[in-house]
Structures are given as C-alpha cells and as structure tokens.
Design a protein around this ligand. Structure first.
Ligand code: FES
Length: 551
C-alpha cells in the first residue's frame, strides 16, 4: 500500500508539509512551542493551554475564516493558514503598547454608551484594538438544504472506555444503539451506529409523553448540524485537566496534561526541555511515565501519592508536596517558577520552560446541567456531578451518566457504572448506587486562601484566559457588593468566552467561596446555555423545528 503522502499547505506564507492526519498544532510543535495568539484586552502572548479544542489559545485563520483551532484542524492540501491577531506578529505585538495607555485593559464590554449612534463605531474600533482580529469575510447567502431528524433508541454521548462498554453491552443484547464523539471513535463496538467528530451541543430537558423524549442538536465539525431524537441517552462525556491560578499562569509554556500529550503524540518529544509537573495523584503519575525525563520537579497543592513518589525517586526528581505555585516569569516563554511551602515556608524557585498541570480532573458536565438533571457539588472532587440513582440513572428519567462525568475516575468503577446503565435500559436488575466517601472541602480551597494573601506585584493572575478577566477584577467586583457566580459572570465577562467557562468557572467558584465567606454550593453556578462548543448558525439553518418548539 502506498504510504500516506504529506500534506502541502502554507502557514504565514511559508510552504509546509504536514504528516497525513497530523493536526496543525502537532505539526508546528515539532519545532518548539508555537505562540499562535495574543490575548484580547491585554495582548498577552498565548501558547496552547488545553490541547483538546476548548480554550482560545490556538486560534488561527484558515483561508480567511477566523477562530479555527490549531489543535483540532488537520490541514488540507493548498490551505492557507495565517495568525489571527498580533501585529506584526504574535511574538512581538506592537498593539501591546496600548497596555501602557490602558493599564486596566480596553473595556470591550461596558464603554461608550452615549451617544447611541456612535456605539457600533466605537465597538468596531475597540474590538480591533483589543485584539479580536477582523471578522470573517461575507459569504454569499445560501438557502439551507433541509436536514431530516435522526431517530434513535439509545444514544451514547462519548466514546471513551465507559461509553464504549455501555454501547457494547446494549448492542450484544440486540438493542439499536448509536455513539457519538468529538474525535474519531477508536475500536468501535461492532454493529453500533457511529457519529465520529460529532458533539452534542444542546440537550434540553426531555419532552414528557413523547415516544423519543430526548431531542438534541449535534454538530459534526465544521458545520454539519443534526437534530437527533432518542428514547434514552447515556452521558459518557468524560473529564478534562483543569487550569490553576498563579501569577503569570497564562504565560506560554503553562499547559494542561492534555495539551502536553496533544503536542507530543506517540513517543515524540514534547515542546519543552524541563517542566514543572503540578499534581500528586494518578494523573501526575501518568505524566511522569510519559514525560519523566523532561520533568524538573513535581509540586502538589496537597499530599503526593506513593505512586508518584516511587516514579519520581526512580528518576531522581525532587518532590514538593503541599507547596504553593506563586508565580511564573518569562515573557514569550516561562523561564522560572516561584514556589513556597504552604503554611508560611521559605520561598524558592525552579528554572523550567513549562508547567504541566495534572492536579485536578473536572467533568464535562455542561449537557447534564442543560438537561435539568439534579447536580451536586462534591467538595473533595471540586466539581458538580449528577445525583445518581440505581443503574447510573440521573434525576431525569431516561438519562444516565457513566464514567468520569459521573465521578467514577477509576477504570473498574467506570466500567461498573457503564454496565449498570446498560442493564437498567435493558430492564435487568441493577446494583444499588455506589456509596460515596464522606465529602469535605477541596484541597484547593485552603490552597487558594493562602495564595490570595501573597502580593503579586505587577504580574497578572488570569482567571478567565478567553476574556482576559483577572483575579483582581473579581476581587474588586466582590468589594463593590456583587455576589454569586452568575452575577460576577455578567459583570466581568468571566465564563463568556469560547471555552464556555470550562477553565475559569471551577476556579472562579472556589475564589468566590473564599471572598464571599460561604461554601461553593451557596455561591451557586451559572445557567449553562447552549451550545457547549461554538456552533456556526449555518449548521442549524436546515434543521427541522424541534417538536418542543411546535414543529
Ligand atoms: S489548545 Fe487548542 S483550543 Fe486549547
């Protein structure tokens, strides 16, 4: 068979040849950490943070279309890729001089309300200055072709191990089942209908009395929408690596474990030489297995597990349990990280060119919130999880949650939850719900309380990298009397960026809990609005009107 040929395309006018199937980010990372973006408002250089297509740190323009994520985009022959913003480049951005004039950032949300006729003009200018980049060129209007609704018995959302196990169990019992996933579907269960590269972007509460009560909208990227009706739904949407607050936490080189893996597929070297690994649990152990020779030190907000200790000592890597990450310094790439033992210990620093975050996994729970499922704050895990009955059933009849999104991180427990959901759908007897360990505060609550007492000087602690919202702004909002996550969101813009709050809201919740002096569940949460990933309006144009809307 002929080997896959490289793809020839252009990046910033220069000819490139990417391996077949390689994402743009993987291609560019071969030559080091790419800086693809300047942040809006503060023009801060940004390199990939998440690696899974949710943050705003790798947006490029492809053939003139903005907001294409380099970590998900696979170049096609003859594509022309350019950077979105930054002038003359993302590495040296003269627009950053504006920050000397507007040290608190350009106000793209509130400014210039009067006279009303000038507001659109002002908005256009200020958004360009802030770094949003030009909008997409107009394309000729088209009449959308009608797209029929897809009717299904059971739809599984997510093709990780738990989703596939539930699927296989149902299919073996003769049930018609389909599975979707935002990426390709590895090792698909035989006989199952597949929707690869597809995301459920809206899962409203079910219609009572309907034959197929779940009526959801899915998006096959880039722009193929579908209306899907299903009798039962299993949410197996998994979890992701969270961000962490410290001064300079958005500097190029700070990345989640998922981003490190995305930039170094297989056994390829990562785009860093010596990293500080943050985390003391199973995820950190995984990262040591993969990037041990590139790890300078391991630091954790709390204790470090024996598993991590054993691996690190085999590689003579120093360990710093119960230690604060105070600050990362270095302009276009981090050079040094300042640390301090918790409880008022002495400060010290390590020279590194990356910080890999592997300290906390959070559930992709947006669809569960949308569906109206009852959610519960679990302090020890630091996130909201669905309240489950027997058979992994949520409080919404016909909606099940399995695997990491349901709080089962361990493989055995995740498999048990998947089989329980499948058995419940098949009408078999199911075990009672798993007894949870007693809850308590998350270790980051005390950690952040301590961190907030340390002055950050001129350095910025970025809470919301998408919208450049700083910790300082949230503190000021609280000092002005604003209370609760939803109110703070509306006032500061926190959680309104492309990641839909995945990276800022969990830390924002802990931060507000400390500042307001009340537990996280009392701080509340935001109203989770659709879509869960950016969806072009054209993808929705040909869909049937949902029955719940009178169609
Ligand atoms: S690194 Fe691509 S979206 Fe986050």
């Amino acid at each position: 068979m002929e080997p896959d040929r490289p793809t020839a395309f252009r990046f910033e006018g220069r000819a490139q040849a990417a391996d077949a199937g390689e994402t743009l980010l993987q291609h560019l990372s071969r030559r080091g950490l790419p800086i693809l973006q300047r942040s809006i408002r503060y023009h801060r250089p940004r390199a990939p943070l998440c690696g899974i297509g949710h943050c705003t740190s790798c947006l490029v323009r492809v053939n003139g279309q903005p907001n294409v994520r380099a970590c998900r985009y696979v170049p096609s022959p003859a594509d022309s890729v350019t950077l979105s913003n930054g002038w003359p480049s993302t590495r040296y951005d003269l627009m950053g001089l504006l920050d000397l004039v507007f040290p608190r950032g350009l106000d793209t949300l509130h400014g210039f309300r009067r006279p009303a006729w000038a507001t659109p003009w002002y908005q256009r200018v200020v958004r360009r200055l802030a770094g949003y980049g030009p909008i997409a060129p107009d394309s000729p209007p088209t009449v959308p072709s009608p797209v029929p609704a897809v009717e299904l018995d059971t739809l599984v959302l997510g093709a990780g191990p738990a989703g596939r196990q539930a699927c296989t169990r149902l299919q073996e019992a003769g049930r018609a089942v389909a599975i979707l996933d935002r990426g390709p579907i590895p090792a698909p269960p035989p006989g199952v209908t597949l929707f690869p590269r597809t995301t459920a972007v809206f899962l409203p509460p079910p219609r009572s009395g309907a034959g197929r009560p779940f009526e959801m909208v899915t998006l096959e990227e880039p722009d193929h929408g579908r209306l899907v009706r299903a009798t039962t739904v299993i949410a197996a949407t998994g979890a992701y690596d969270a961000s962490l607050l410290f001064a300079g936490n958005d500097r190029p080189g700070v990345m989640t474990a998922e981003a490190a893996l995305a930039m170094a597929p297989g056994d390829r070297s990562p785009p860093f030489r010596r990293a500080l690994l943050v985390g003391g649990g199973a995820r950190a152990a995984e990262m040591l297995d993969r990037f041990g020779v590139h790890t300078e030190a391991v630091v954790a907000p709390g204790a470090i597990s024996p598993e991590v200790t054993r691996r690190a000592s085999e590689l003579s890597i120093p360990l710093y349990p119960r230690t604060l990450v105070i600050e990362a310094t270095g302009r276009s790439r981090i050079r040094r990280v300042r640390l301090r033992a918790r409880g008022g210990g002495a400060e010290f620093s390590v020279s590194v060119d990356a910080v890999v975050l592997a300290h906390r996994r959070l559930p992709h729970n947006q669809l569960l919130f949308q569906s109206g499922a009852q959610m519960q704050w679990r302090g020890t895990a630091g996130g909201y999880f669905p309240v489950l009955g027997p058979g992994s059933q949520t409080s919404v009849p016909g909606l099940y949650a399995v695997g990491e999104v349901a709080g089962f991180a361990d493989g055995v427990a995740a498999e048990a939850s998947a089989f329980a959901a499948a058995d419940a759908i098949l009408g078999r007897s199911v075990p009672p719900p798993v007894e949870r360990a007693p809850d308590g505060p998350h270790e980051l609550e005390g950690y952040y309380r301590e961190l907030l007492t340390i002055p950050t000087g001129w350095q910025k602690q970025v809470l919301c990298p998408c919208e450049d919202v700083l910790v300082r702004e949230v503190r000021e909002a609280v000092a002005h009397g604003y209370r609760g996550l939803e109110v703070i969101k509306r006032y500061t813009g926190l959680g309104t960026g492309l990641c839909q709050g995945r990276y800022c809201l969990p830390d924002g919740l802990l931060l507000l809990s400390i500042l307001e002096g009340r537990p996280p569940p009392e701080v509340g949460y935001i109203r989770q609005r659709p879509p869960v990933i950016p969806t072009p309006l054209g993808a929705l144009a040909g869909l049937p009107v949902p029955a719940s809307e009178g169609g």
